[in-house]
Ligand binder design. Structure first.
Ligand code: G6P
Length: 607
């Protein structure tokens, strides 16, 4: 979703903003722009399309000034075009605003401002903020922003500059992420850390309804009532190169090759002398006896990790689990109480529906345990219990390594809960812990299959529609495989439970239709073989992903991608990788923009 960068210091702001925005491209956008405080006035340059178009507009015409705000827009109100792009200027041109989020009462505010003579140029909700700040501005920018945000309903991360103020700019946030970067003689704002990491590692993570005044040598944070707040400095430890491609053609490929490491980083610090120790999780055996139901709530790929979580927690810990899409869960008045545990899963920790589902669950007294990748994100800060996935920054819009890490976290939870509830004995517990320890080497093995998958993709990238079928945990995997393919290759695809396909959808199978089948569940192999025969009888071409021990499936399938032998229960963590590679190569063969697929955003901060 929209990305924001702001700068104040001694240097020319424009290149700093553009470089920062490039680091936020992964969030997804359709237009971009900058506003620079030049000589006594604000220069705004913005346009529809990729940042490269903005850069060519800036060539030979680069505004110079030491204060500026920049933006990448992911359209919500009004189509992507030059006028709707941010920054937006107020009526007199005195105030410029960039915004991420949605102003829910913008129509009411717009009507009020129109009655005061303000004329609107764009279809956006954001333009309201520019005029509103101007309406309240009586020579004190921070006061005007405070009065404005007091009238705004909805979500916002805002950067505001004013042509009267050559030494200060203002930022604010509610429900949309925003950080402050603390430099020497210069300061920054940004939607995410990679945007400013080349300048500073010291940051403030802003909380909801905090408003900041940034000067080149001073940053002051206030609450909505105007009282100054003392913030803790957060030191970023990860390396700037983890947000670089490091020689890979795409971030997605680089991130798949990081899977062995992220699985290891997520698992090994939590295994101490053959026992699982979940740091930052204060759920005791006694608590577990009192929990009569678990809900897993998430969106997108994180939701698919949750589907695996349901299978394994129910199977091992014997607690009923419901898995829900966050946007549905929030509005379906779920039956929640203090005997329930809600497991929230989110890579970014900022997905608005997931965050609001968490808040709703807390309100109803449920315990919360969040699996989050981004340290200090909104979801992590709202949660009593957190299990971080140590996947590092994930830049490609399509999630890969974060999914493997989410599964690793869910397996730790399932084994820990099962053991604490005495549902598995010591020997089984140890066996599973050893399986977890072996995962990184096994994923390395799986990644070696990339050439076979590439070859298969090069033959089939023109497919119009592809089906994924699986049973049990393989059905959960099929959902993720199908989503990955749709996201980046734009090929229509559906995931079906192996036994369900014949209840309607098999009508769509015809000569040459591609069907992908993960088959990793030993007790379901025979059933899946029958399902393969059914689709093959109707002309399908079948690719199977299975353990080495099942290699004889090649008698019924057209291609078998083998993964190392592994216990069926933990197989999804390594069996997803061929599905990710398949989606990747299909997209590359089709010439798609793999890391930045059309219409998608990495961090979905609107409903
Ligand atoms: C977007 C991203 C997906 C991601 C989903 C949930 O749709 O494109 O890759 O799975 O949001 O994001 P989260 O950050 O909450 O895991």
């Amino acid at each position: 979703m929209c990305g924001i960068v702001g700068y104040i210091g001694d240097k020319n702001a424009t290149p700093i903003l553009i470089n920062g925005l490039k680091k936020l491209e992964y969030r997804g956008y359709d237009s971009s722009g900058v506003a620079i405080f030049g000589k006594d006035k604000l220069d705004v340059i913005k346009c529809k399309g990729r940042l490269s178009i903005l850069e060519s507009k800036l060539k030979g015409n680069m505004p110079k000034g030491a204060i500026g705000i920049g933006h990448t827009r992911w359209a919500t109100h009004g189509e992507p075009n030059d006028v709707n792009s941010h920054p937006h200027l107020s009526q007199s041109g005195k105030i410029a605003v960039v915004h991420n989020g949605i102003i829910e009462n913008y129509i009411k505010l717009k009507e009020f401002l129109q009655s005061q003579g303000y004329v609107f140029k764009s279809d956006t909700d954001t333009e309201v903020v520019a005029h509103l700040v101007e309406y309240h501005y009586k020579g004190n920018l921070i006061k005007a922003v405070m009065e404005s945000v007091n009238e705004i309903e909805g979500s916002y991360a805002l950067g505001v500059i004013c042509s009267d103020c050559d030494s200060e700019f203002v930022a604010a946030r509610k429900d949309s992420p925003l950080i402050v970067g603390l430099g020497k003689g210069e300061n920054f704002i940004a939607s995410d850390i990679p945007a400013i990491l080349e300048h500073t590692r010291e940051i403030y993570i802003l909380e909801d309804k905090e408003i900041v005044s940034l000067k080149k040598d001073e940053v002051k944070v206030f609450n909505i009532l105007g009282a100054e707040i003392k913030k803790e400095v957060f030191h970023v430890t990860w390396d700037a190169t983890s947000a670089e491609k490091s020689g890979y053609e795409h971030f997605m490929m680089k991130e798949m090759f990081e899977e062995p490491k992220v699985i290891k980083d997520t698992i090994s610090p939590r295994i101490e002398t053959d026992k699982i120790v979940l740091d930052n999780v204060k759920i005791t055996s006694q608590d577990l006896e009192n929990i009569d139901k678990i809900f897993i709530v998430a969106c997108g790929t994180a939701y698919h990790a949750g589907v695996v979580g349901k299978y394994i927690i129910e199977k091992l810990a014997r607690i009923p689990v419901e898995v829900d899409i966050a946007s549905e869960f929030r509005y379906r008045d779920p039956l929640l109480n203090e005997r329930n545990l809600v497991i929230i899963i989110s890579q970014s920790g900022e997905t608005l529906d997931t965050l609001n589902a968490l808040k709703e669950s807390k309100k109803r007294g449920a315990k919360i345990l969040s699996i989050v990748n981004v340290v200090g994100s909104s979801i992590s800060r709202e949660s009593d219990n957190i299990l971080y996935t140590w996947a590092g920054p994930e830049i490609a819009v399509a999630s890969t390594k974060a999914y493997n890490a989410q599964l690793a976290a869910l397996y730790l939870i399932a084994f820990d809960f099962a053991y604490k509830r005495n549902r598995i004995d010591e020997a089984t517990y140890k066996k599973y812990i050893n399986e977890l320890k072996d995962l990184p080497t096994k994923v390395e093995e799986v990644l070696k299959n990339k050439k076979i998958i590439q070859k298969f993709a090069s033959k089939h990238f023109n497919s119009k529609s592809i089906f994924f079928i699986g049973r049990g945990l393989d059905y959960a995997l099929s959902m993720e495989g199908s989503l990955k393919l749709k996201e980046i290759s734009y090929i229509h695809s559906e995931a079906y439970a192996g036994g369900e396909l014949k209840h309607g959808t098999i009508a769509l199978i015809e000569e040459g239709t591609l069907v992908i089948c993960p088959i990793t569940q030993d007790d379901l192999v025979d059933k899946m073989v029958s399902n393969i025969r059914e689709v093959k009888a109707r002309g399908a071409v079948v690719m199977v992903i299975s353990q080495k021990r099942n290699a004889s499936i090649d008698k019924v399938a057209d291609v078998v991608i083998t993964i190392p032998d592994i216990d069926s229960l933990v197989a999804p963590i390594i069996a997803v990788t061929p599905l990710q590679l398949f989606a990747y190569y299909m997209a590359v063969e089709k010439g798609c923009d793999v890391d930045k697929p059309r219409n998608l955003a990495k961090s979905v901060t609107v409903e």
